[in-house]
Design a protein around this ligand. Structure first.
Ligand code: PMP
Length: 446
């Protein structure tokens, strides 16, 4: 790869939207021309160690020959075909693997095209299920504050009610029910009243609630917080008691990220509906999946339409299914548990001193996720530049400086990341002290 591939940055700045940006006040955008292993290669030839797995997705690193070969083979036989009235070997292969990996009660797979759509599908499944079970008034979704489930309208309706999603779109966003965010930290026994408000809401409104949706164990983009497995266990029991479905959004946590194959395994529970995405394809192409139980599928069949009302153009795209199938083979080779455990241990050691840095509120590590929480919101663009100057790619948002590297990262590369986090946290702390910090920022994906 040439060290100086041309990128038309001026055109990009003037005409192309990037996530959560303004077309009049451009933020810095870095040109990436290639990626290999755990490194991104910029248009000026610099190499950055990737601390983000491209937003949780690229767990095996970039350019993995096994996934590339599977995709190339698929591309030369069948790159796309509609899924209405047609099936193909890669859809079957990936679905078989997903059902074998997830809990036994999950028997049906909907191959969606992005995480947000997997969440839309899950919510629609829940509403149609209750129609089929003679309870059409069960149309609301109960969730917790500080959640993040995607950017489409239904997904936004269950994102943190104080985040930008709700305030920006007002009454166009369906009003859902919110319990306080889980507060008991991961690894601790449940704080006595942690589920109280959730139970009170279920008790008062269960006749109108179709499902609870939650990110298991880790609240991601809305909080970067790991919470107690007891909370999830208790929530499962409440859902059963009040006859409400439990939707688990494992789009960020799935496929080993928290140290278990799926985060719900920390609590030993099962979902009625499970949303997967991001690392499903190893981050090589977009694919997501919504899995459900027989019972949910039967209820949907009994609903007035008799069919599930969703079917996007690129549903079950063969190229995406081939990538996912290959990625799941790599996951099933079981190198990830050792890799993720080593990442967790190293991050815990190397980030331990962060709590002494001025402006740092907390340091948390679980699986292959390391978080430094600052007391104030940080300046994403400035800190991102500070990371690039240190040869690493980390994208802080809100008050979080955090990494979720590919599982294949070397100990030396990880040290570069943690060292940069400590230095940048110190810069952020000093800036906050000097300027009183940037006030609240919107959820900025992740
Ligand atoms: N749910 C969770 C928990 C997520 O982290 C995300 C993405 N950050 C989504 C849903 C939405 O996925 P996508 O961006 O692929 O639409």
């Amino acid at each position: 790869m040439s060290a100086t591939t041309q990128i038309d940055h001026q055109f990009d700045r003037q005409h192309i939207w990037h996530p959560y940006t303004s077309m009049t006040q451009a933020l810095p955008v870095y040109g990436v021309v290639s990626a290999e292993g755990c490194e991104l290669i910029l248009d000026d030839g610099r190499r950055l160690i990737d601390g983000t797995s491209s937003w949780w997705a690229c767990v095996h690193g970039y350019g993995h020959p096994y996934i590339l070969e599977a995709m190339q083979k698929q591309l030369s036989t069948l790159s796309h075909v509609m899924f209405g009235g047609i099936t193909h070997p890669s859809a079957i292969a990936v679905s078989k693997k997903l059902l074998a990996m997830t809990s036994d009660n999950l028997t049906k797979v909907f191959l969606a095209d992005s995480g947000s759509i997997a969440v839309e599908v899950a919510m629609k499944m829940a509403l149609q299920y209750w129609q089929g079970r003679g309870a059409p008034s069960k149309q609301r979704i109960l969730t917790v504050k500080h959640g993040y489930h995607g950017d489409t309208f239904a997904a936004m309706s269950v994102c943190d009610p104080e985040g930008g999603m709700h305030t920006m779109f007002g009454e166009a966003v369906t009003q859902q029910l919110f319990a306080p965010a889980p507060k008991t930290p991961f690894g601790e026994t449940l704080i006595a009243d942690d589920l109280e408000a959730m139970e009170a809401l279920l008790n008062a409104h269960h006749q109108t609630i179709a499902a609870v949706i939650i990110e298991p164990i880790m609240q991601g983009a809305g909080a970067m917080h790991f919470y107690s497995a007891d909370y999830l266990k208790g929530l499962r029991a409440l859902c059963d008691r009040y006859k409400v479905l439990l939707i688990l959004d494992e789009i960020a946590t799935g496929f080993g990220r928290t140290g278990k194959l799926f985060a719900y395994q920390h609590a030993g529970i099962e979902a009625d509906i499970l949303c997967l995405g991001k690392a499903l394809t190893g981050g090589y192409i977009s694919l997501a999946a919504t899995l459900c139980s027989d019972e949910v599928a039967l209820g949907i069949s009994d609903s007035p339409s008799g069919v599930f009302m969703h079917g996007p153009t690129f549903m079950g795209n063969p190229l995406a299914c081939a990538a996912a199938s290959a990625s799941l083979d790599l996951i099933n080779q079981h190198q990830w548990p050792e890799q993720v455990a080593a990442i967790e241990q190293q991050m815990k050691q190397e980030l331990a001193t962060a709590s002494a840095i001025e402006g740092v509120k907390a340091v948390r590590c679980l699986g292959a996720v390391g978080v430094i929480e600052m007391t104030r919101s940080v300046n994403t663009a400035a800190l991102q530049q500070a990371f690039v100057d240190r040869g690493v790619w980390v994208r802080p948002f809100s008050s979080y400086i955090y990494i979720m590297p590919p599982y294949t990262i070397s100990a030396q590369q990880l040290s570069r990341l943690t060292q940069a986090m400590l230095e940048v946290a110190a810069i952020a702390g000093a800036e906050a002290k000097a300027s009183r910090g940037d006030e609240a920022s919107f959820i900025s994906h992740g």
